[in-house]
Ligand binder design. Structure first.
Ligand code: HBI
Ligand code: FE
Length: 292
């Protein structure tokens, strides 16, 4: 397994104490811009009717159809005008406390590197396409922008309470792999789905995964996998509701309540679940070679 070259132990040479670096936009090669354009065209071709209205609106508002890897300075001007968020460059994954501090201050950290052509369909670490195409459009939506700032503040608190696992699950099943109901249909807003060619179809069309209506406590108890398509998707009714959950709840008592309950295995469905799709899990079984 190749070592992930973008997970660093300490800020690299030249990085600030908050791990930010210059995006160095002028250093991108024509091939790198062309790879961005190829990924962008492939995803936007399949997103109408699949991505949430808020995501598609963000693509327009932030002028992301402009060819080439976006310049974070330019992108941040549009984003600041919409919701006060900025995009700052980092060399890869940053420590949780650094990550949460940026979010709490409306700074989204985006990798400035782009995947190689042989990594077109999947890359473990967040590159500029996952972060900027996947995450940034949603930050132009006021409710989602508030949710992400509240998430950052919640993360700082969760670190103090030793409850990071709970919050990481909330992030995973909303920000990374969330679905939203719009006009009676399911739409994608999670960045891990919307930036993935295969999962943008799988998440909505495939009979394999469960699709369950979002419940905060249920999500905070549910395990997830990071190495392949999800076996579970949770559906929120709206971004206003997502914002309300974090802005109106004090999570500390919820963490204490959940510590008395067992975790929920990835593909399990509970009697209390409001199930939209009871998945066959055929995809996971095929992948895991008929284990489980
Ligand atoms: N760092 N650059 C970067 N991007 C992320 O999405 C990220 C991170 N560090 C920590 C992290 N995400 C997650 O562990 C937290 O959401 C819990
Ligand atoms: Fe991400």
């Amino acid at each position: 397994m190749e070592s992930s070259t973008h997970v660093l132990e300490r800020p690299p040479e030249g990085a600030a104490a908050d791990w930010t670096i210059s995006q160095n936009w002028a250093a991108y090669t024509a091939d790198e811009h062309a790879l961005w354009d190829r990924l962008f065209a492939r995803q936007t071709a399949q997103l109408p009717g699949r991505a949430s209205e808020a995501f598609l609106r963000g693509i327009d508002m932030l002028r992301l159809s402009k060819p080439g890897i976006p310049d974070f300075e330019e992108l941040s001007e549009h984003l600041m005008a919409a919701t006060g968020w900025r995009v700052v460059a980092v060399p890869g994954l940053v420590p949780d406390d650094v990550f949460f501090d940026h979010l709490a201050n409306r700074r989204f950290v985006a990798g400035n590197f782009i995947r190689r052509p042989d990594q077109l369909d999947y890359i473990q670490e967040p590159d500029v396409f996952h972060d900027v195409f996947g995450h940034v459009p949603m930050l132009a939506d006021p409710d989602f922008a508030d949710y992400m700032e509240a998430y950052g503040r919640g993360g700082q608190r969760a670190l103090q309470l030793g409850a990071l696992k709970r919050l990481a699950r909330l992030y995973w099943y909303t920000v990374e792999f969330g679905l939203v109901e719009e006009k009676g249909a399911l739409r994608i807003y999670g960045s891990g789905i919307v930036s993935s060619h295969g999962e943008s179809r799988f998440a909505l069309d495939d009979p394999s995964p469960n699709r369950i209506r979002f419940d905060l406590r249920r999500v905070m108890r549910t395990e997830y996998r990071i190495d392949d398509y999800q076996q579970n998707y949770f559906v929120i009714p709206s971004f206003e509701e997502l914002r309300r959950i974090t802005v109106e709840n004090d999570f500390a008592p919820i963490y204490a309540e959940l510590d008395a309950l067992p975790d929920i295995a990835i593909a399990d469905i509970l009697p209390a679940d409001d199930v939209i799709t009871r998945g066959t899990q055929d995809y996971a079984r095929r992948r895991d070679g008929h284990q489980a």
